[in-house]
Design a protein around this ligand. Sequence first.
Ligand SMILES: CC(=O)SCCNC(=O)CCNC(=O)[C@H](O)C(C)(C)COP(=O)(O)OP(=O)(O)OC[C@H]1O[C@@H](n2cnc3c(N)ncnc32)[C@H](O)[C@@H]1OP(=O)(O)O
Ligand SMILES: O=C([O-])CC(=O)C(=O)O
Length: 378
Amino acid sequence: MTNSATPAPAKGLEGIIAASTRLSDVQGDVGKLIYCGYDIDELAGKVSYEEVVYLLHHGHLPNRKELNDLKEHLAAWRELPAGVVKIIKALPKDTPPMNAIRTAISALGCFDTTSEDSSMDSQRRKALRLVAQIPTVTAFFHRHRSGKSIVEPDSKLGEAANFLYMIDGERPSEEKEKTLDLCYVLHADHGMNASTFSARVTIATLSDMYSAITSAIGTLKGPLHGGANEGVIKMLLEIGSLDKVDAYVEECLEQKKKIMGIGHRVYKTLDPRAPHLKRMAQILSAKLGEPKWIQMSDRIAEIMLARKHLHANVDFYSATVYYSLGVPIDLFTPIFAISRTSGWTAHVLEQLMDNRLIRPQSLYTGPVGLKVVPVDQR
Ligand SMILES: CC(=O)SCCNC(=O)CCNC(=O)[C@H](O)C(C)(C)COP(=O)(O)OP(=O)(O)OC[C@H]1O[C@@H](n2cnc3c(N)ncnc32)[C@H](O)[C@@H]1OP(=O)(O)O
Ligand SMILES: O=C([O-])CC(=O)C(=O)O
């Protein structure tokens, strides 16, 4: 129901506070990101991804025993039901990995006999099990589509190392493992971003954990959200060299085409995750003898700041990090999803602890008072 006093909607829900959360605070005006009280700059390099998973799921950093228990659970829960492996192997090899992951996570719900158990103990178990299983799903699909045999998870390896092991079939170097671990830390949670909002909307109907995470994966996939990291590297490859950057960006601006990895709904200054990713990208690309990716990125960022007052976001430099690690381009967004599963599941648990259906209003702008004309007279 609307009338002339109804306020216009905030397009894209910009500026609307849709939920309270103790999980993360995105301070867009000053470019700060806080996880449960800790500044991302304080966490980066000091804690592992597993510690962040614990922080998000429990609200405090784990002590040694709590961390060891969490790692044991994660390692024990990585395996997939045979039925889900069968589904993954039946998927077309050329389907985008994000579609395969979305389907497999949904299928996991069908094979979990506790899927509809809404007790908080069961929800917590499912949350952590999904954090453990999404890397396996991703790696199994990748091996399947590459025509290679599946590599079973190695319970002796941590989350980052095990994922790299499952996709490559060999244990990663310490540098590779540490780099991916820090990427996971940086991507774990981010306030009421679109995919987290999807997860919360889904669980708020008292649906199940698998449905909520399936919704989130489908939302993260888009190029305006998590899918932008793949767009960034495709753009860099298309441009090809530093001397072609200016003309490329100018043409995009003229044609009102978006530059991937630039701009953010909340940050009006630099995304605080970007400098960490840029540092990693600089080190890795220099080692590979390919500094051009970072030089091109820097030039794009410089032009976009000068011309549009827009800054680089998390996806801008993560693209060069993953590319330099040798990760296939269409696994960039899945890596984001793997890490963000910790945040999504934490938000689902938080929503369930103080739930109310999420159901905003819409402003009707269509015609009124129409009369039905019989079908053959239309
Ligand atoms: C993990 C993440 O999700 S981080 C974001 C990842 N997404 C991307 O990197 C995709 C590129 N960026 C964008 O599309 C946007 O900046 C978003 C989606 C991130 C934020 O969008 P919004 O807050 O809705 O801003 P909106 O799209 O309305 O843009 C506002 C203005 O800035 C411009 N703009 C915003 N981002 C860009 C960009 N990347 N390239 C060129 N222009 C841009 C728009 O064209 C628009 O200009 P106009 O007012 O002259 O028409
Ligand atoms: O918060 C957002 O809108 C997007 C983002 O940076 C994220 O999800 O990490």
